[in-house]
Design a binder for this molecule. Structure first.
Ligand SMILES: [Mg+2]
Length: 259
């Protein structure tokens, strides 16, 4: 159906065939100048990098020898705690320090392992090793090479500053981005529209010519939408949803078709 789109001068004389085609046409011709990217799970493959880090530490600390289950079993439980605690952190109901250690301690406790010092050690090693991992989604460098020629690129992330900068550096991603906005420095976390407004101001960008690209509907995209910024949903898991999002992609390469 979309291949029937005609040049805009046609629509100045004739009514558009349907509102859907007309709005798609307008979007494809919209001029953007600033592209804001989320980092974790959008560019940097957080899940793959995190899982391999935790597996390495699990083996180093010899936890199966100490009566804990297999790594896979532990990891599922850890993930549950981590998600719950991150949600509390975003709502400012738990501190960064508590989140870092508690996610490991709660997982260990679920298997009857009550040794807070092990959770502390786990957390220290995790923060040391994780940012050295360099797994990114397929097509990322290719897309960033292409986009950085045409647009100003920036990062908006809720992660911890020291960790996020190390990840960008190790994965050789720093060079693509003009501004790296970390919630800790911005004084607000996504989806709070204050962090998007802070990011626009910093880059001297307008909401109308900016786009936010992220994997999290609520945190990245609805937050950006509230700040008047168009959105790209990086929906790698093809999650079903009802939200009205400007663009949706399933792989990084698709960005080169939109922009
Ligand atoms: Mg993300």
């Amino acid at each position: 159906m979309l291949k029937n789109i005609l040049p805009i001068k046609y629509y100045l004389i004739h009514p558009p065939p349907s509102p859907e085609i007309y709005s798609y046409f307008c979007l494809m011709n919209k001029k953007y100048s600033h592209l804001y990217f989320d980092l974790d799970k959008t560019i940097w493959d957080f899940e793959r990098n995190s899982e391999s880090t935790i597996a390495e530490i699990y083996a180093t600390l010899e936890l199966t020898k100490k009566g804990l289950p297999s790594f896979d079993e532990f990891h599922v439980v850890y993930e549950g705690h981590n998600l719950k605690l991150w949600d509390l952190y975003r709502k400012n109901e738990i501190s960064k320090q508590d989140l870092m250690v508690k996610r490991f301690n709660d997982a260990l406790l679920d298997f009857g392992y009550d040794k807070p010092e092990t959770a502390e050690r786990f957390s220290d090693l995790y923060l040391q090793i994780l940012p050295t991992r360099t797994g990114v989604f397929p097509g990322t460098y290719q897309a960033l090479d292409y986009l950085s020629e045409k647009y100003k690129l920036h990062i908006i992330t809720n992660g911890f500053s020291e960790v996020q900068y190390t990840k960008l550096k190790n994965a050789d991603l720093e060079k693509y981005f003009t501004h790296i906005i970390v919630s800790e420095d911005a004084g607000a976390k996504k989806p709070d529209k204050a962090i998007f407004e802070y990011a626009l101001k910093l880059a001297e960008a307008d909401a109308a010519t900016s786009v936010m690209i992220g994997d999290d509907l609520e945190v990245d995209l609805l937050g950006a939408k509230a700040a008047g910024i168009d959105q790209v949903f990086f929906n790698v898991n093809r999650l079903k949803h009802e939200e009205e999002i400007t663009f949706e992609i399933h792989a990084m390469e698709e960005l080169m078709r939109i922009f």
